[in-house]
Design a protein around this ligand. Structure first.
Ligand SMILES: NC(=O)C1=CN([C@@H]2O[C@H](COP(=O)(O)OP(=O)(O)OC[C@H]3O[C@@H](n4cnc5c(N)ncnc54)[C@H](O)[C@@H]3O)[C@@H](O)[C@H]2O)C=CC1
Ligand SMILES: N[C@@H](CC=O)C(=O)O
Ligand code: NA
Length: 436
């Protein structure tokens, strides 16, 4: 059988990894796919660099339209990123009857419904394993391996840059900016690193996973997005003293009232495996009703780890290209006519536990006032840490861990606590998950 022809859009970090791994492991990949997979055309604005990387082995152009409009190309790999030109090119490739592989979670989390519908109508596949947790085959696991299960919740460390920053800050006491620069140098960070540090990238990935896990449309606009920029070293230290680590988690949870979809710094017990995921590594914990908890761990970013997922998609498409479109695995795991419209809950309706830190005047009655406010809101305290004031200081920190309550309860209790004359400034609130 003749090799399947692939056009690559964007030969940057992931594109170059894809080109190199496909070449290096060509023989084994062909044996697995059943036919050769050849990148015959590459488009990149930086044509000179693209020529250097491809070393005369394929045609290089600077206009990506030449690839998506080329009738010889069977599969288009989109590795440009962003929602502008990338969306245009993906839609054109689909309209031209080409299968698409993309690592672009930003694009799928915001325009996935339109893209999957167009692909469904045209009978082509859009594969996106690299878009969530890079090299970890989490899409495959959720869509196929766990298909017997009613998924209850997913909690993941799904942004390598922020996990790298949190780990380096904790272990080496390095400054935020220094570590971010290193993550950029290593190719983990997005073109715009605010997407990483403000939690947007993790929310894109959590959004995609929520759609696959619960059979709902992708709804990035309903996700709660909070990054690590406001996190203070003090809280990382106090959390450790209480037996917890702070991680940026992407959470998708089914509840009787709707779905929680949220990204925020989270305390998790230090004894959990996922709490010990360090550096740029990713991990996704999935709770299914039949299987129980399963954990997927590996590199979520970087050139070749991400290429590993891109090529897995290429092999899948190559194997299934001749199959009847009705018999392929649905893009979002559920058949398109079997999707449901379970609502995504507003943050005020989510239920979790909390870490609270407050600065108080060291005088009798303060603690009683705070605990009374929490009790009046039916919030019970699980653990508490009260620091001795430093020499000559009249103020000190109180740290409390609460049992589960609704977010709206804690928000109103915090407002009352902040109004106490003995409480100085704002109360710091970080959500806490037991993950059991
Ligand atoms: N870097 C990583 O570890 C991971 C990246 N991703 C995703 O993979 C995609 C690619 O990311 P990277 O390789 O890191 O980006 P990159 O910035 O290294 O590469 C993008 C390439 O596209 C080229 N390009 C930009 N505009 C173009 C246009 N209009 N036409 C043709 N070429 C154009 C650039 O010259 C560059 O070579 C993004 O969607 C990103 O979110 C996903 C998982 C991991
Ligand atoms: N910027 C992302 C790259 C992979 O998706 C990350 O840091 O995880
Ligand atoms: Na993946």
């Amino acid at each position: 059988m003749k090799p399947i022809k692939v056009g690559l859009l964007g030969i940057g970090t992931v594109g170059s990894g894809t080109f190199n791994v496909l070449k290096r492991n060509q023989e084994e990949i062909t044996r697995r796919a059943g036919r050769g997979i050849e990148i015959t055309m590459v488009a990149d604005l930086n044509v000179d660099r693209a020529r250097e990387l491809t070393n005369g082995e394929c045609e290089v152009v600077n206009d990506a339209n030449l690839v998506v409009n080329n009738p010889e190309i069977d599969i288009v790999i989109e590795l440009i990123g962003g929602y502008g030109i990338a969306k245009d090119l993906v839609m054109k490739a689909i309209a031209n009857g080409k299968h698409v592989v993309t690592a672009n979670k930003a694009l799928l989390a915001t325009h996935g419904n339109e893209i999957f519908k167009a692909a469904q109508d045209k009978g082509v596949m859009v594969a996106f394993e690299a878009a969530v947790a890079g090299g970890i085959p989490i899409i495959k696991a959720l869509r196929e391996g766990l298909t017997a299960n009613r998924i209850q919740w997913i909690a993941g460390i799904i942004n390598g840059t922020t996990n790298f920053i949190l780990s380096e800050m904790r272990d080496k006491g390095l400054d935020f900016d220094v570590v971010l620069k290193e993550a950029q140098r290593l190719g983990y960070a997005e073109a715009d690193p605010t997407f990483d540090i403000e939690g947007v990238d993790a929310a894109h990935k959590a959004t995609i996973m929520s759609a696959i896990a619960f059979g709902i449309p992708v709804q990035f606009d309903k996700a709660h997005v909070e990054g690590i920029t406001k996190l203070q070293a003090t809280d990382i230290r106090y959390a450790e003293q209480l037996g917890y680590r702070i991680k940026l988690l992407g959470i998708a949870r089914r509840t009787p009232n709707g779905i929680e979809l949220r990204v925020h710094p989270t305390l998790i017990p230090a004894k959990r495996l996922i709490a010990n995921v360090e550096g740029a590594m990713n991990a996704v914990l999935v709770q299914g009703d039949a299987v129980g908890a399963t954990l997927y761990y590996g590199k979520g970013a970087g050139s070749e780890p991400t290429a590993s997922a891109v090529i897995a998609d290429l092999v899948d498409i190559t194997r299934l290209a001749t199959a009847d479109p009705e018999h392929r695995v649905p893009h979002l795991a559920f058949q398109p006519d079997a999707m449901v419209d379970t609502p995504i809950l507003p943050m005020s309706e989510i239920t979790t536990s909390y870490y609270l830190r407050m600065r108080v005047s060291d005088q009798p009655g303060v603690l009683a006032d705070v605990t009374r406010i929490l009790a009046d809101s039916s919030i019970s305290i699980d653990a508490m840490l009260q620091k001795e004031p430093d020499e000559g200081e009249t103020r000190t920190d109180i740290i409390m861990l609460t049992h589960q309550t609704q977010e709206k309860n804690i928000v109103s209790a915090i407002a009352k606590i902040e109004a106490l004359p003995t409480v100085v400034g704002e109360v710091t609130k970080i959500r806490l998950e037991q993950l059991s």
